[in-house]
Design a binder for this molecule. Structure first.
Ligand SMILES: C[S@@+](CC[C@H](N)C(=O)[O-])C[C@H]1O[C@@H](n2cnc3c(N)ncnc32)[C@H](O)[C@@H]1O
Length: 255
């Protein structure tokens, strides 16, 4: 279950890539804009503010996230839909399909990306940002903690390869169907504050599914073991800051 409060503990560094993605979209006056995996709606609001005359629709399959989105954006004309992206179809061809930090939760990108491109109007844009830190300690230490613990065999099915592929993979997927392709990767040096901030960061996203799968009584020990490993990988600086480099993959694909 998604927890908007935990996710938004780091609202600012999570928002920055959403802004950077939006800045690269060149469409001036789209009529239909869909935000896939819109979450708590703070990014959808930014889309509504940029394209004031467009029909803006936020789609997410978490009722908890959508509740927050509705409450925070009641003053804006945004339609919210509780639906899985896997089953979603636009009511009409989309001028913009935007998705920040959500598509890595869906499998089979080989099928998903061409399918989303198919839903665009002529010259429509698919704009996607996905975290790509799955091979870094923030994520591999979740698996190491799990493997060395007493519940390894029961939870092993949750350990899987990175859901995000290389830039070349996405280029190859759309090379024949996109008229314009812009793909890039960025590593943000995130400067975090507080106690065990990297654990708090992943607890709002990737770690959540592992904690949910554990018995409640086993969670504190798992969290502490994971946090101890993280402190070695991301030691606090003298002033207490923790440096957390975080890699992200972006693409803006025009039909
Ligand atoms: C990390 S949050 C990002 C939220 C928002 N886009 C942002 O940038 O703040 C990921 C969101 O994707 C949603 N999500 C994950 N898998 C989904 C699916 N299959 N269908 C719809 N939403 C999904 C989650 O419920 C969550 O709200």
């Amino acid at each position: 279950m998604w927890n908007p409060e935990q996710y938004l503990k780091f609202a600012q560094p999570r928002f920055r890539p959403a802004q950077d993605l939006l800045a690269r979209i060149e469409i001036d006056s789209p009529q239909t804009v869909y935000d896939l995996g819109c979450g708590a709606g703070n990014v959808t609001r930014m889309l509504a503010q940029r394209w004031r005359d467009a029909k803006i629709v936020g789609i997410d399959d978490s009722e908890e996230m959508l509740q927050q989105a509705r409450a925070e954006n009641a003053h804006l004309d945004i339609t919210w839909k509780c639906q899985s992206i896997a089953e979603w179809l636009p009511d009409e061809p989309a001028d913009v399909i935007y998705s920040n930090a959500a598509l890595h939760w869906l499998p089979d990108h080989q099928t998903l990306f061409p399918r989303l491109m198919d839903m665009l109007s002529k010259n429509g844009v698919l704009a996607v940002q996905m975290p790509n830190n799955f091979n870094e300690p923030s994520h591999t230490l979740i698996w190491e903690t799990l493997k060395s613990g007493p519940r390894a065999s029961r939870l092993e099915h949750l350990i899987r390869p990175s859901p995000v592929h290389s830039a070349q993979f996405y280029y190859d997927l759309v090379a024949k169907i996109a008229s314009k392709i812009d793909i890039w990767e960025t590593t943000y040096l995130q400067i975090l504050r507080g106690i065990d901030p990297v654990k708090e960061w992943t607890k709002g996203t990737w770690l959540k599914q592992f904690l949910d799968a554990l018995e409640e009584a086993d969670r504190p020990e798992f969290e502490e073991d994971y946090a101890r490993r993280l402190r070695e990988a991301y030691p606090p600086q003298e002033n207490g800051d923790t440096l957390f480099p975080f890699r992200r993959l972006f693409m803006v694909l025009q039909k």
